[in-house]
Design a binder for this molecule. Structure first.
Ligand SMILES: [Zn+2]
Length: 395
């Protein structure tokens, strides 16, 4: 495709029109050119030209016929499953993960390496992550999927591609964007795992509110650390210093034990995975679920106790934010059969509401963050296809 030199104003207008058209195709497909024109307010001939460009860039394909208009079937347009793909990576306290998601949002590669990363040097874990990333990019290449970039989910605070603070890993600052970017040749973004898990849930989860995907909700990631992803109006609320949503450090037991953050009685100390395992007297999450299934008293007590403390924190979250729903993710999703009833009862008790907002269980579980990371990359292409075309114009 040749790119003509255009006045800046025209280039800017073309960029926003490309985004308008691709956004409409992403929202409802199959969709006809005429429907796109009607919904975007662009003329049929400009839509036609823009669609041609998006097809030659590999971002749109002609798909099944769209709904017949006045009895005349029109060709349907859809996102190209072979178009720009996203690489999602995750470093968590006890695993590394990679996902490749195609432009339609479908996962095309998924791999998890379980290993406790707490007693390991950052360099060593980053080297392992790069290995995981290389295997994922090789899989994308073998499937003919062009990667538009990557995003790493981290259990801590990330600023401009650097992991600044990760209390549960105890690492110094790590410039992940540079290290992973250099090794993979991709542009890499780094974001907090709880925020990405909330986005993953919004984009790929099954839950809805009044027939629409959730747009106002809080996603609770219960891994070794507990994080909250606050979504307001379809956007993650990050706070003034990117630290919003630290649900694990909300106080639920004022006289409770000291926490790694320096505070006392934080939710993470009362309902974190590590605390639940210790109280249940088991070593791993699979031991814990097995013990719960077998009706082991200590395991069930540990889980319901954690559920009650979680409910105390969520009661405040509901009062403060009035979300449409709270989604339990990560280990809390795994433990939901034994935990959710205690959490609901605790929420009702502390809010005084007989009918509090829905407490939902994520179907994505611990995959939400890495799915959200990959989704961030493809969503960016859909939001600004012109930027993608500039960087990835086919020969
Ligand atoms: Zn704390």
């Amino acid at each position: 495709m040749t790119v003509r030199a255009e006045p800046a104003q025209h280039a800017g207008m073309r960029a926003s029109n490309l985004a308008l058209v691709l956004g409409e195709v992403a929202r409802t497909s199959p969709v006809s050119r005429a429907q796109v024109a009607a919904r975007t307010g662009l003329t049929k001939s400009s839509v036609s030209g823009l669609v041609t460009d998006l097809i030659s860039a590999g971002l749109i394909v002609e798909s099944a016929p769209a709904a017949a208009e006045r009895g005349r079937p029109a060709t349907g347009l859809g996102l190209a499953p072979g178009g720009a793909a996203g690489l999602g990576l995750e470093i968590n306290v006890d695993y590394l993960a990679a996902v490749v998601t195609d432009l339609t949002g479908a996962p095309r590669y998924h791999h998890v390496v379980r290993r406790d990363n707490r007693d390991r040097a950052a360099d060593e874990v980053v080297a392992d992550l790069i290995e995981v990333a290389r295997t994922a990019t090789a899989s994308a290449a073998s499937q003919g999927l062009p990667l538009a970039g990557g995003c790493v989910a981290v259990p801590g605070l990330a600023v401009d591609g650097t992991l600044v603070r990760a209390p549960n890993l105890g690492w110094p600052e790590v410039d992940l964007a540079d290290a992973v970017g250099e090794a993979t040749g991709l542009e890499i973004d780094v974001q907090n795992e709880a925020n990405l898990a909330a986005l993953g849930e919004m984009w790929f989860g099954a839950h809805q509110h009044e027939g629409e995907p959730l747009r106002d909700f809080v996603h609770v990631s219960g891994e070794i650390g507990i994080g909250g992803g606050i979504v307001i109006g379809g956007e993650v609320f990050r706070g003034a210093h990117a630290g919003a949503g630290e649900l694990g450090h909300v106080v639920v037991a004022p006289d409770g034990p000291r926490c790694g953050c320096g505070g006392h009685g934080c939710l993470e100390r009362m309902a974190g995975q590590q605390e639940i395992l210790a109280r249940a007297g088991v070593a791993t999450m699979s031991d814990l679920t097995r013990a719960c299934e077998a009706g082991d008293r200590a395991a069930l007590d540990a889980v319901t106790d954690a559920g009650r403390h979680l409910g105390v924190a969520l009661a405040s979250v509901l009062t403060l934010l009035d979300p449409a729903a709270i989604v339990l993710g990560g280990a809390f999703a795994t433990l939901a059969p034994w935990l959710a009833a205690a959490t609901s009862a605790s929420v009702s008790h502390h809010t005084g509401a007989a009918d509090p907002p829905a407490l939902l269980v994520s179907g994505l579980g611990s995959d939400a963050a890495v799915r959200g990371a990959a989704g961030t990359v493809v969503r960016r292409v859909i939001a600004d296809p012109a930027a993608y075309l500039t960087r990835h114009t086919p020969r």
